[in-house]
Design a protein around this ligand. Structure first.
Ligand SMILES: C[S@@+](CC[C@H](N)C(=O)[O-])C[C@H]1O[C@@H](n2cnc3c(N)ncnc32)[C@H](O)[C@@H]1O
Length: 270
């Protein structure tokens, strides 16, 4: 007979304690609190088998969120799978920044919605904002729609769209995007977890800048006067963003730092 305590102790040799607890909670369907209050309970054979399968995967860097299928973000819980990027805590600062704007009765496009975490979090803060959330991955759109239901969000229209193609949107007051902006060459082979996430969500050509450039240029056409583009990017892309924004006639560009004090977002005003 193997108890919860036994597997957690043994697993601590290959993975983090907290991760082991979450995996055990996932395979048994019991909360962590329940597990702690019954450490001497025995584990079903099938659950033990699944526990070790996941623990082994986790020890090789497989992301925990893809094991549990859930990631918390902002005020919600989001279903995730291998087709969507795992929502990052730094992206919450982009939402925080957008929420400083007057969003009542306005229109917003999110480009590259993935799990839907940005669009859904915003929709749940502002009732009467119309949101169009796009992604060229149909698998991502399906997950985003499910997440909208799980989080009871209204006012979002999900659209399967590639920003490299023609844009047939109405003009809007705000555009927000966390596009792929990583230069594949910069990522080390052993970087934690990243290689399990969809490459189309992470990497961009032209040293990570190709998609940002398209988004800046095309967004300008679709923003109303004084409209704003909120963009997440890597710290070293800010100067180039400023240059392209000036060439595209944006009136101003401001940056925001993340919690590590790295420039992580730009806000471009038309
Ligand atoms: C970095 S992920 C962001 C996902 C989510 N918004 C978040 O912040 O967690 C970028 C998203 O852009 C989508 N994407 C990449 N290239 C695209 C394109 N050309 N047109 C539309 N969506 C694209 C990917 O499928 C992915 O879901």
């Amino acid at each position: 007979m193997t108890t919860y305590q036994d597997v957690l102790k043994k697993a601590s040799k290959i993975i983090d304690n907290f991760d082991a607890e979450l995996i055990l909670s996932h395979v048994t369907g019991k909360s962590r609190a329940k597990i702690f209050s019954a450490m001497k309970s025995s584990l079903l054979e099938i659950d033990e088998f699944r526990f070790w399968q996941f623990a082994q995967k986790r020890s090789k860097g497989f992301p925990l969120a893809y094991i549990t299928g859930i990631k918390e973000f902002w005020k919600g819980e989001f279903k995730v799978n291998k087709n969507v990027l795992i929502p990052r805590p730094e992206t919450e600062a982009l939402i925080e920044e957008l929420l400083k704007e007057d969003l009542e009765e306005k229109k917003l496009i999110e480009l590259g919605t993935g799990s839907g975490c940005i669009a859904i979090s915003i929709a749940n803060e502002i009732n009467n904002l119309s949101i169009y959330a796009t992604d060229f991955s149909i698998e991502a759109i399906l997950i985003a729609r499910e997440n909208a239901e799980i989080n009871k969000s209204k006012n979002i229209i999900f659209i399967n769209h590639d920003w490299r193609e023609e844009w047939l949107f109405p003009s809007v007051d705000f555009i927000i995007s966390n596009p792929p902006y990583v230069d594949k060459k910069d990522i080390k082979k052993n970087a934690d977890g990243i290689w399990y996430e969809p490459e189309i969500a992470l990497f961009s050509e032209n040293s990570g800048f190709a998609d940002i450039e398209i988004i800046i240029k095309k967004s300008y056409q679709f923003l109303n006067k004084k409209g704003k583009l909120f963009l997440e990017h890597s710290p070293d892309q800010y100067n180039l963003i400023k240059k392209i924004a000036n060439e595209t006639n944006f009136k101003s560009v401001n940056y925001k730092e993340d919690l590590n004090k790295d420039i992580r977002f730009s806000i471009l005003e038309k």
